[in-house]
Design a protein around this ligand. Structure first.
Ligand code: HEC
Ligand code: HEC
Length: 336
């Protein structure tokens, strides 16, 4: 009975996707994959390896000296032109890896994009809202250069860091050569690959712990599949593996950019606001808008709440502690 219900869900997801196909070539590719799975290999049961989402893996084992150097650089304001901003200023690792207190990044002028979390970014197939960068190293280089981010350059950062004997020594020990730009980019990227958040309740459920989720949360997950959310939000990051138009049926936020990389829904409960322009303040709003804009469905409040309950099980842990929202008081009552 469980097997047949999964097939129904996959078929429903495929049907959901089929309605979108008319509007999007990218979905057609994804639909083929789902269609094939249904036609060729009906899954025998629901469970590990049978779901369209896989758990976040543990962080890869890496050279601790390179990791430590990357950690220092991630927190080093000398990476910015005026020595005021580090990566961590906009991607606060003590909370959610996204912006601490502002809905959008502050550097530069005019509207900018909502800051995505750096947690699990290493698992997405492209980086940034538009998915315009392929590698973490290339992304660090872009971030150094961008006037809206660090407003500096790799050369400028290198010059400042070379003058610091202590960090030059740490570099030599980590890479066995004098400090260079390639190594700076590599060290930050190495550190970013360690910023994974395994251990969410949903992942525990995927790994076989049937009690890790409540019936309401599981209802939400079933809806997520049967409505067709899964046709775009799937894989290890529940997103981050394809491009899509936003506002397929009805407009969603500001029209530009038209095509975006589908965002990951990992840790989504602790990373408000939502969408590329930060136009949805709550998860409830974001889910309702998604149903309408991407699937032409008016979700009921009950459906929306069940999906939100499911999305709340996607909050993982970093260094053993669950991620929290920016400015959220710590459970201990300590100041944030
Ligand atoms: C002034 C704020 C700011 C600073 C400083 C900053 N970022 Fe970002 N970061 C952003 C914004 C905004 C985006 C989205 C950019 C886009 O979509 O084009 C982003 C995107 C990213 C992404 C892509 C996430 C994804 O889901 O694709 C990663 C990874 C990242 N930043 C890492 C870093 C690192 C590493 C540094 C330091 C070298 C850094 N950021 C510095 C604001 C910032
Ligand atoms: C056709 C593909 C598609 C479908 C179907 C779809 N989404 Fe999305 N989803 C997107 C895209 C693209 C974005 C980014 C929109 C933007 O920012 O402009 C997004 C964004 C989101 C966000 C905000 C994420 C963030 O960090 O800002 C949530 C939450 C979300 N989707 C949930 C859902 C749910 C729940 C469903 C089903 C009811 C769904 N999506 C169906 C493509 C899709």
């Amino acid at each position: 009975m469980r097997a047949s219900s999964l097939i129904l869900q996959l078929t429903a997801a495929a049907l959901g996707a089929r309605r979108v196909v008319a509007h999007s070539l990218a979905t057609a590719v994804c639909l083929c994959a789902l269609g094939w799975a249904v036609a060729q290999a009906p899954p025998a049961q629901v469970g590990p390896g049978r779901e369209p989402i896989t758990p976040i893996p543990p962080a890869p084992v890496q050279d601790p000296r390179r990791l430590a150097l990357g950690d220092r650089l991630f927190h080093d304001p000398r990476l910015s032109h005026d020595n005021t901003l580090s990566c961590n200023s906009c991607h606060d690792l003590a909370t959610n890896g996204a912006e601490a207190s502002r809905p959008k990044s502050k550097a530069g002028s005019g509207p900018d994009l909502n800051t995505p979390t750096v947690f699990n970014a290493a698992l997405s197939f492209r980086l940034n809202w538009e998915g315009d960068v392929r590698t973490l190293e290339g992304h660090v280089e872009q971030t150094l250069r961008s006037p809206r981010r660090l407003g500096s350059s790799l050369d400028e950062a290198l010059q400042k860091l070379r003058a610091d004997k202590d960090i030059a020594k740490a570099f030599r020990e980590a890479y066995g050569r004098e400090m260079d730009g390639v190594g700076i980019l590599a060290a930050v990227a190495t550190y970013e690959r360690s910023l994974l958040t395994p251990g969410s309740r949903f992942d525990l459920w995927l790994e076989g712990d049937a009690n890790a989720m409540t019936p309401k949360e599981l209802d939400g997950y079933r809806l997520f599949k049967s409505l067709g959310c899964i046709s775009c939000h799937q894989g290890v990051n529940i997103g981050g593996n394809m491009y899509q138009r936003h506002g397929v049926f009805h407009p969603l936020g500001s029209p530009k950019p038209e095509i975006v990389r589908v965002p990951s829904l990992r840790n989504v409960a602790v990373t408000p606001p939502y969408f590329h322009d930060g136009s949805a303040a709550t998860l409830f709003d974001a889910v309702k808008t998604m149903g309408h804009a991407q699937l032409d469905r008016m979700l009921t409040d009950d459906q929306t709440e069940a999906i939100v309950a499911f999305l709340k099980t996607l909050t993982g842990t970093y260094r053993g502690k669950p991620l929290v929202r920016a400015n959220e008081p710590r459970p201990s009552g300590a100041p944030p």
